[in-house]
Design a protein around this ligand. Structure first.
Ligand SMILES: [Zn+2]
Length: 270
């Protein structure tokens, strides 16, 4: 008789969220439009973990601000998106122009346990990006669902990496014009890394790196939210040099913000 397989022990922490966020400390102290507003969640054993969140208010007329949520580190082993989110905040502090007209809510590490262990999974062993809006009991998911519900974002950007892709691509969901926002962002990011032009990516039909289907349970707007926000999942090739992935993520986010702003302005003039 076979002995029962022992569950794989959780990996040890390899890096720290606190160290990751250290470069922002000075920016926060100096900045007038950057605010740290961390969240907390408590797991079933009563252990409380901090989930970092930063608010950044861009220049412009606050009365017409668009509210965008930027989420990274949903999968803890995809660190280029995490580093890009931190670097984006640092750069916006130096030059807020790319955030003109926006109120940004940036969640650089959505899965702190996974990030510290360089692991894709949540502490429970689940995949966070299959748990949204399905009655999940994962505390990280409940916390972020509360944010998505309460803040009713005009746009949602999630930064990921894909270890099976050699190029950049993205998922466009929500608002029907989302692909027109995603498309130029892939072009902007292709200054740093090539785009994936395959007709099939991740088993989905793709068009010049744009996929208009997706997995269910991914981090996104509440299904009931109307009007639908634009929702973009941006993917860099996981095995490309880290610094180029970081630059590609940042170029994509800045392009998305610029194009979405222009699209909204145009729509209001019609
Ligand atoms: Zn991912």
């Amino acid at each position: 008789m076979k002995t029962k397989t022992r569950p794989v022990p959780p990996p040890h922490a390899k890096r720290s969220v606190k160290e990751l966020l250290a470069p922002l400390t000075e920016a926060v102290v100096l900045g007038q439009n950057l605010f740290p507003a961390p969240l907390e969640f408590t797991d079933s054993r009563g252990h409380t973990t901090r989930l970092p969140r930063y608010l950044f208010t861009g220049p412009g007329d606050r009365g017409s601000f668009l509210r965008v949520g930027i989420f990274a580190g949903v999968h803890g082993d995809e660190s280029s998106g995490v580093e890009a989110a931190v670097e984006l905040i640092r750069r916006l502090h130096l030059n807020p122009e790319p955030a003109r007209g926006y109120e940004l809510f940036i969640y650089p590490v959505c899965n702190p346990w996974g990030y510290e262990r360089d692991a894709r999974w949540l502490k429970s062993g689940g995949d966070m990006n299959r748990e949204f809006w399905r009655g999940s009991a994962e505390p990280e998911v409940l916390l972020l669902e509360g944010q998505l519900m309460r803040l009713a974002f005009d746009g949602i950007i999630a930064l990921h990496t894909d270890d099976t892709s050699t190029g950049l691509y993205g998922f466009a969901k929500g608002h029907q014009l989302t692909r027109h926002v995603l498309e130029p962002s892939l072009e902007a990011a292709s200054r740093f890394l090539p785009r994936n032009f395959d007709r099939s990516i991740d088993n989905f039909h793709a068009n010049n790196g744009v996929i208009e289907q997706g997995y269910s349970g991914i981090l996104g707007a509440p299904p009931t939210q109307k009007p639908k926000p634009f929702e973009i999942v941006f993917e860099t090739p996981h095995h490309a040099p880290q610094e180029l992935q970081v630059e590609a993520h940042i170029a994509a986010v800045e392009s998305i913000l610029g194009n979405f702003r222009a699209m909204i302005a145009e729509a209001q003039n019609i």
